[in-house]
Design a binder for this molecule. Sequence first.
Ligand SMILES: Nc1nc2c(ncn2[C@@H]2O[C@H](COP(=O)(O)OP(=O)(O)OP(=O)(O)O)[C@@H](O)[C@H]2O)c(=O)[nH]1
Ligand SMILES: [Mg+2]
Length: 319
Amino acid sequence: MTPPRQPSSSENNRPSSLFGRLRDKLAATQKQFTDGLSTLLLGKRALDESLFEELETLLLSADVGVETTQFLLRDVTAKVSRHEISDSAAVYNALRQSISALMQPCGQQLTITSAKPFVIMVVGVNGVGKTTTIAKIAQRLKARHSILLAAADTFRAAAIEQLKTWAARLDLPLIAQHTGADAAAVVHDALNAARARASDILIVDTAGRQHTQSGLMDELKKIRRVINKSDTSAPHEVLLVLDASTGQNALSQLTHFREAVGVTGLVLTKLDGTAKGGILIAIARQTGLPIRFIGVGESMDDLREFDADEYVDALLPAT
Ligand SMILES: Nc1nc2c(ncn2[C@@H]2O[C@H](COP(=O)(O)OP(=O)(O)OP(=O)(O)O)[C@@H](O)[C@H]2O)c(=O)[nH]1
Ligand SMILES: [Mg+2]
């Protein structure tokens, strides 16, 4: 049974409807993880071994990962040993605190500096939501900035068409070449066009690739070099898009892309359809990288700036 919840202090500072909606969007994670935790910990259970075993299973099934699960359990059991915690509801609150402390460093929003153009390079494996996320970000930023899009996914004709469709819908200019063109050459053109137009922001869409495809990873490095050659401070943001429902594999993608192109920010997509929302906690623990946005659906409005307090409140409602 899920207990009635009171708004937390951080929640009081925000419109409650926004909270409600994030919680609704995270329905799958909510059902398994949040309800599971509430049932386990808020029902006056004894603090015995079986409780911690069940807690471990819950954390692992939400894809918090072995290392991070052990870390969280160590934290909580140490508090039990020190007699700082004496009942299961206090375990819930201690866990909430530990997760919140892990997530805080990730809550750094993307800041568009005065660099002109501010270059955002978007990378990730196939189908994670790169192109859709670019459209969502562009829609969010276009009221305050002039934006140019670069279709550097020259791999498939459909990929160029997809970005063209978004550019037309958002009424934004786009630089593209034919299918099979050198992706770095498209980016070179786009940088020149951005300067000529005095665009504030250039967003570069790249082809999805597995980190094991060394030729394609080299292409990505080349794109980065071309950008960096035109402005040594660029790219100003290398956004890695990760599909939250891929679970722990997201961490290995992160390691490889970080090594190849120096990821500076993350977008976690498809959090609406997964019970594995705990992957964010593992990412926070193991990398501390800024999570710039989270994707919670397919529509244009389904991109949120990541707010650590909001996320923790949605995942573990304050008691
Ligand atoms: N449910 C849900 N679907 C999403 C989200 N973000 C993207 N998608 C969907 O994921 C699918 C793939 O999105 P794309 O943007 O084409 O992915 P991509 O990374 O550009 O794919 P490639 O260019 O082929 O590598 C589309 O059907 C999107 O609508 C999200 O946050 N939630
Ligand atoms: Mg794409």
